[in-house]
Design a protein around this ligand. Structure first.
Ligand SMILES: NC(=O)c1ccc[n+]([C@@H]2O[C@H](COP(=O)([O-])OP(=O)(O)OC[C@H]3O[C@@H](n4cnc5c(N)ncnc54)[C@H](O)[C@@H]3O)[C@@H](O)[C@H]2O)c1
Length: 336
């Protein structure tokens, strides 16, 4: 089969492509990415020479471009990772989030209907459920938890999810949705908490922590997320939502202290900064549906995953330096 993977030069999408391009040599994978500031062509170096892989630069909100691509490629499946993904940016400038995350999803679904794609998968987030109180650890998000968003980012992702559900009901789009908790792993853009902490700690720089650092996140290794998406794409039931979580809740402060300990750096690098506006308190996700129905199982315990991840960033400091210097933006031109 032929699969279109949008946003595949970003963090989760590139890890997904590394996994599936190698796992399914008889399937073909086309990565479509606009290479925004968060897209890094060099994330795709490990698979660029594979015969079943191709990169196309383009924007998911560009209907004419998409129509041309879909008419030539005859895709069986579409997996939509492409998004503006950083909450802080959505607080500063919501508009691009609405355009990419909502209208981009609509354009992709319109093309999927027009060209009779057999499966459309929307990569969503647990942030659409809002947050949970800190004093009720027994509460988890299930697929039936009402949508209740806090940031322009989560509102845009939730809007896209609702639109996907409307296209399933109204137009019979054969689609599925996954909602995952916070990912960590290789190739994460150093604007998100874990790579920020690692890169600053390596350079002995101050590490900003929002508020008192008590906000809780449920961390999942990116590989486990991607195994889940692949299972849903191949065996998931049309019309269904599947939650994916790491069962690994940590306060931000605990997480930062753990990374500092593993890097043998002092805790006094931690600097508390004014809290993020509308900051969600706690995310925690119940993944029992995908475990029960599709046999998904996490491979990574957090302790093992975070050590591996830290080692990856230590070994790949050039990758990080190229982002900080802006050099990564030239990688596509250099290779095409
Ligand atoms: N990072 C997480 O912890 C997490 C958790 C759950 C869900 N998600 C979702 O997973 C998806 C991928 O997240 P990520 O962390 O890899 O994001 P990312 O920011 O690292 O990557 C996003 C990619 O999308 C591309 N892109 C942006 N706008 C585009 C457009 N208009 N057309 C084509 N490509 C465009 C970027 O160039 C980039 O390569 C997103 O939909 C996000 O909402 C992320």
């Amino acid at each position: 089969m032929k699969v279109l993977v949008t946003g595949g030069a970003g963090f989760i999408g590139s890890n997904f492509l590394h996994y599936v391009v190698n796992k399914y040599p008889n399937d073909k994978f086309v990565c479509l990415d606009a290479l925004t500031y968060a897209g890094n062509y060099s994330n795709l170096y490990p698979i660029l020479n594979k015969e079943n892989f191709k990169f196309v630069k383009g924007d998911i909100t560009d209907r004419e471009f998409l129509d041309n691509l879909f008419s030539h490629e005859n895709f069986d499946c579409v997996v939509n990772f492409a998004a503006e993904s950083h909450v802080d940016n959505s607080i500063k400038n919501p508009e691009i989030f609405l355009k990419t995350n909502i209208l981009g999803t609509q354009c992709l679904m319109d093309m999927s209907l027009k060209y009779k794609v057999k499966r459309y998968h929307q990569v969503s987030t647990d942030e659409v459920y809002g947050d949970l109180p800190l004093d009720k650890p027994e509460l988890l998000f299930t697929e039936d938890t009402p949508i209740r968003t806090s940031s322009p980012y989560s509102a845009s992702k939730a809007s896209a999810d609702l639109l996907v559900q409307a296209y399933i009901r109204t137009f019979n789009l054969p689609a599925t949705i996954s909602r995952c908790s916070n990912n960590y792993g290789p190739y994460q853009f150093p604007e998100k908490l874990i790579p920020v902490v690692i890169s600053k700690a390596i350079k002995n720089e101050n590490i900003p922590v929002y508020g008192t650092g008590e906000n809780v996140r449920d961390w999942i290794h990116v590989h486990d997320h991607n195994v889940g998406i692949d299972l849903i794409l191949r065996n998931g039931k049309i019309g269904e939502v599947y939650n994916l979580g790491g069962r690994s809740e940590k306060t931000n402060l605990e997480l930062v202290k753990l990374i500092l300990k593993l890097l043998k750096k002092p805790e006094d690098l931690i600097t508390f900064v004014p809290d993020r506006k509308g900051h969600d308190l706690r995310y925690a996700i119940d993944s029992s549906k995908i475990e029960r129905e599709l046999g998904w199982k996490r491979e990574y315990e957090f302790e093992k995953g975070i050590e591996e991840t830290i080692n990856w960033y230590l070994k790949n400091q050039k990758w990080m330096d190229e982002i900080f210097s802006g050099e990564y933006k030239q990688k596509y031109k250099e290779n095409n």
